[in-house]
Design a protein around this ligand. Sequence first.
Ligand code: NAD
Ligand code: WQD
Length: 345
Amino acid sequence: MKKKVLVTGGTGYIGSHTVVELMNAGFTPIIVDNLSNSNISVLEGIKKITGIEPIFENIDCKDYIALDRFFEKYQGIEAIINFAASKAVGESVEKPLLYYRNNLMSLVNLLELMPKHGINNIVFSSSCTVYGQPDVLPVTEQSPIKPATSPYGSTKQMSETIIADTVYAYSNLKAILLRYFNPIGAHPSGEIGELPNGIPNNLLPYVTQTARGLREKLRVFGDDYNTEDGSCIRDFINVVDLAKAHVVAVKRMLENKSEKPVEIFNLGTGRGVSVFELVSAFEKATGVKVPFEVAPRRDGDIEKVWADTSYANEVLGWKAQETLENTLRSAWNWEQKLMSRDGNS
Ligand code: NAD
Ligand code: WQD
């Protein structure tokens, strides 16, 4: 019997890639998503890659009763991967309550229903945003948590606390908190990828849309930072590599290999890449020019952050594999697919 894993937010960017990797690893993922930031057509993409029709339920995780009925219907789920959340930092500043309600209520509902339905294991999507601007680089999991700079960041910090307190109170529960750095790229098949809503906030979708001609030019936010070329530095992690870490985390819990009831892992490459470096690596990997101009710094941006991944490498037994060049090509491949589907308007 294949083991069942609930994937909330499973039609989203990281969730869809994780569903594929779970299927490849012999699990039966069950997707719950309210399609608030994703499209139902993602299910076709997953099927094209794996040959398996994904199980999908259109449910809002804020709806306790609907989730309770869901667990009655799908008995025997062994683990939950909780991707379902709103994730736009700027929007969270304008609509804080939407973020607190969506991100926290969804999590609390799942945690309340886990003991009720005999589910002991949860993997949670956290973020390097919890570290703010770290004093020491690279960032280890022991680095201090800095005050959040947005309601979105607050929800990630609060979620980590809520999970730790719940696991402490219910002795059967286990959790793995994965702190992602900057996920980029798409599945190499070009069947699934990131679908930004409107004008992208994140760097690589803006780069690929500019390369496509949908945006006139990229604005590089700040070239006067205290870095070698003056632009910010991030740790860009391939989304398929990231997805695979979730499979490893689920297996670790199901095989009772966790060393602590709550484990925390940084998921990055361990390599810092500047904004200018990313743009020129994209041009080199794809042969496509990206017009850009330098613009003022963006409010709230962290100057530089990249991960110390040794804990994830040694303890989780996971390491980012894909090259930056291939990752950038996969993002361009996906953008071209969107262009042939949607045109350039
Ligand atoms: P995404 O928006 O593509 O995916 C999230 C999915 O959750 C969407 O399909 C959305 O429709 C769904 N969803 C949202 N609220 C829901 C609800 N109440 N009920 C059911 N479904 C709901 O985002 P993503 O980039 O795939 O991110 C997944 C997770 O990883 C999020 O928790 C995000 O905060 C976290 N994360 C993302 C990044 C990043 O840069 N992409 C970095 C760190 C952490
Ligand atoms: C990267 C760099 C920008 C767009 C955000 C969230 C974080 C996490 C990941 C979820 C920065 C620069 C960007 C553009 C630019 N998400 N940039 N021009 O800011 O590291 O993190 O996504 O947890 O919480 O804050 O990612 O891709 O937005 O920016 O120059 O048009 O690219 O200034 O230096 P960021 P990003």
